[in-house]
Structures are given as structure tokens and as C-alpha cells.
Write a protein that binds this ligand. Structure first.
Ligand code: FE2
Length: 363
């Protein structure tokens, strides 16, 4: 595994150097090549630019955009902000928006963008073949790029994994006062409940929320990382959270975060039944995109095998393209059974989910 990681780093380094060297030798850095007239491959190459609004901020994303530019002559201009801010800006700018494409985490947010009429459908055989049916919108307005699982994280000191089985089992009396989670108004929990509505129906989902509330160690609060900290410090024994935060904390520059991640374990619930909840980060073309074709080319590039590996590894997520090999850390977690639903349902059940959390008296 270590050797694999070293090889990957080496490949990454070679790619960076090649991008740099090509820029130097031709005198055409990607930045001054917009318009494509000086493109080394002449007229066949597509050129111009694409304006990407994204919530992601990883150095490797920038590297990918440079690779894309090198391949196509299309420059990627990045606007980076939180999801609410990006959606607000696209909506306010209306027809005049500069945004061509949007990347954000969680189907719930992509659904909100679609509901607010900020997106348009995309037809691309490359995207259709790279991204599985259940990881993209039924109307083809958004496409998942990376996949995450919302799992049970537990303290191996106080919980034997044989005690764990399903999300439903967390409502049993043995878990009284032992569970940590963030607020139900957070998009991750809205989507989690939306998936349960799809798989179990509304009544069972409501009962689950009511039972879970009985067993909380404290009022819902904090972000996902704080739930891991609660388990590590003994405030709770189990927590509901996304896998990639553990991966991120294991590689953190902060020693405390590394200690937290090293003292908890991940359990994939509902393996004998309906599977673990998954969600995606995804990409879409905005309704008023001025560079639609370029945006689609960027989406196709990011869904391809070469880009997917780097894109998913930046956030310790599972690649959406099933042909791409998982990172060594993900391989270490092992294969698992996912909820067998079309993720479009997470958007469709969004409002019902908020209502059920509310009816169960959740914060
Ligand atoms: Fe997150």
C-alpha cells in the first residue's frame, strides 16, 4: 500500500513537472493561451474558458484544471465559496451569471439548485457511461463525481463491533445516552433521513428519529469532526458521520485530530439488510452558462479515470466512476453494501425529511 502511494505521488510530480515544462518550452503558458490561436495543436483543439463555482479547495483540483487546460486549451477560472453563497450569487446574477458550472457536496444541495431553476440538463454519452445511473439526476441536471458513506463511528474501548448492526438498532435501550450527531437541519442529516424515507417509508423513519432522540448523549451540535472528537473523548460511544472526515483527520497536521481519528473505528451499518447510506459531491451546468460546451468538457474530464482518482483522493472519498481504483485507505476499509436507491430520491424526499426530523422534536 505504501509503495502504491509513493508511486502515485511520483506520477503526480511527473505530471506537475510536465505541465510546467511544456509551458516553458513553447512559451505558451496555459494562462496566455486562452483563445487557442497559439495552441500547439492548432485548430483542432477546443479553446476558451469555463467559469467554475466550487465549494472544494484542494491543491490537487488546481492541478487537474491545469491538466484539463493542457489537454483542451480551455482555461478554468475558479470561484471558491460556501454552497449557500454560490447558489445565492448564481440566483442573484440571473441571466448575467458568469458561472458555467457548479460543484457542491450533497444531493440535497444539488437538488436545491435544481429546484431554484439554476441548472440545465446535460446530454453526454461520456458522462452517461462514466457515472452510474443511480449517482446522477434522473433529469440529467447533476452528476455525482465522488461518493461518501454516512456510517457509525465507535470507540473500540467501549463498544464491541459485534454490538453494532443497523441504524435502526441505535434506537434500542442499550444505547441510551451514548450517541452523538450533528443537528438535523444539516444537509447531511436531511439527506440521510430522505434516504430512509425512500427505503423504509415515512412511518418507520419517524419512529427511528424518535428512538434516536431518546438515546442521544447530548443535544445535536458541531460538525462531523466534532462527533468523532465526542467519541474519542468519552462524551459519546458512537456517532453518525461521514467516512472521509476520519481519512482527513488521520492525515491532519494537527496532532490532536490524528489522535482522535486513531482512537475510533468505522462501522458500515445495515450490511445484512438494506445497505449503508451514501451520498455524492456533484457537478452541474448552470442554466445561463455562456460556456456550456466547455463546461460539459470539464465534467467529462473530471468523470474520466485519470482525473477521478486524483479528485476523489483529495477528500478521501470514493470515486463515482466504478472503473477507478480506490485509494489505499478506502481499500483498507473494505467493500460494503450501499443503499440500493437512486440518489435523485434524496432530493425528492428533502421536504418530507425536514418535516420528520421536526416532528420527532429534533434540533
Ligand atoms: Fe463534509
Amino acid at each position: 500500500m505504501l509503495r502504491l502511494r509513493k508511486t502515485n505521488s511520483l506520477i503526480l510530480l511527473i505530471v506537475v513537472l510536465s505541465v510546467f515544462l511544456v509551458g516553458c518550452t513553447t512559451g505558451n503558458t496555459p494562462a496566455n493561451n486562452v483563445g487557442g490561436e497559439n495552441s500547439p495543436q492548432g485548430e483542432n483543439i477546443n479553446s476558451g474558458e469555463v467559469n467554475l463555482f466550487t465549494t472544494r479547495h484542494y491543491d490537487t483540483d488546481q492541478l487537474l484544471f491545469e491538466m484539463f487546460e493542457e489537454e483542451t486549451g480551455i482555461k478554468v477560472n475558479v470561484v471558491n465559496a460556501g454552497a449557500d453563497e454560490l447558489l445565492e450569487r448564481i440566483q442573484l446574477e440571473g441571466e448575467d451569471t458568469v458561472a458555467d458550472a457548479l460543484i457542491t457536496a450533497d444531493v440535497g444541495r444539488l437538488h436545491t439548485a435544481k429546484e431554484r431553476d439554476l441548472l440545465q440538463p446535460v446530454e453526454s454519452e461520456i458522462l452517461f457511461s462514466n457515472i452510474p445511473d443511480n449517482l446522477r439526476d434522473n433529469d440529467d441536471t447533476w452528476f455525482g463525481l465522488t461518493k461518501r458513506a454516512r456510517v457509525i463511528v465507535y470507540s473500540p474501548d467501549r463498544v464491541d463491533p459485534s454490538e453494532l448492526s443497523t441504524y435502526e438498532a441505535l434506537t434500542e435501550p442499550q444505547w441510551r445516552g451514548r450517541i452523538a450527531m450533528r443537528t438535523s437541519s444539516n444537509i447531511y442529516n436531511i439527506s440521510l433521513m430522505a434516504s430512509f424515507i425512500e427505503v423504509w417509508g415515512e412511518e418507520k423513519s419517524l419512529q427511528w428519529a424518535e428512538g434516536l432522540k431518546e438515546n442521544l448523549a447530548r443535544d445535536p451540535q458541531g460538525n462531523d469532526r466534532d462527533q468523532a472528537t465526542a467519541v474519542a473523548s468519552g462524551v459519546a460511544d458512537v456517532a453518525i458521520m461521514n467516512t472521509y472526515y476520519i481519512g482527513g483527520m488521520l492525515n491532519s497536521a494537527n496532532e490532536e485530530e490524528r489522535n482522535v481519528a486513531n482512537s475510533v473505528e468505522i462501522f458500515f451499518p445495515n450490511q445484512e439488510t438494506d445497505g449503508t447510506h451514501i451520498n455524492v459531491s456533484g457537478i452541474a451546468v448552470t442554466k445561463h452558462a455562456k460556456n456550456k460546451e466547455n463546461a460539459i468538457k470539464l465534467m467529462e474530464f473530471l468523470s474520466g479515470e485519470q482525473a477521478q482518482k486524483i479528485f476523489a483522493e483529495a477528500n478521501n472519498e470514493f470515486p463515482a466512476n466504478p472503473n477507478v481504483q480506490w485509494s489505499s485507505w478506502l481499500l483498507g476499509l473494505g467493500d460494503f453494501k450501499e443503499q440500493n436507491i437512486d440518489l435523485t430520491a434524496l432530493g425528492d424526499n428533502h421536504s418530507k425529511s425536514i418535516m420528520i426530523w421536526d416532528r420527532a422534536g429534533f434540533k
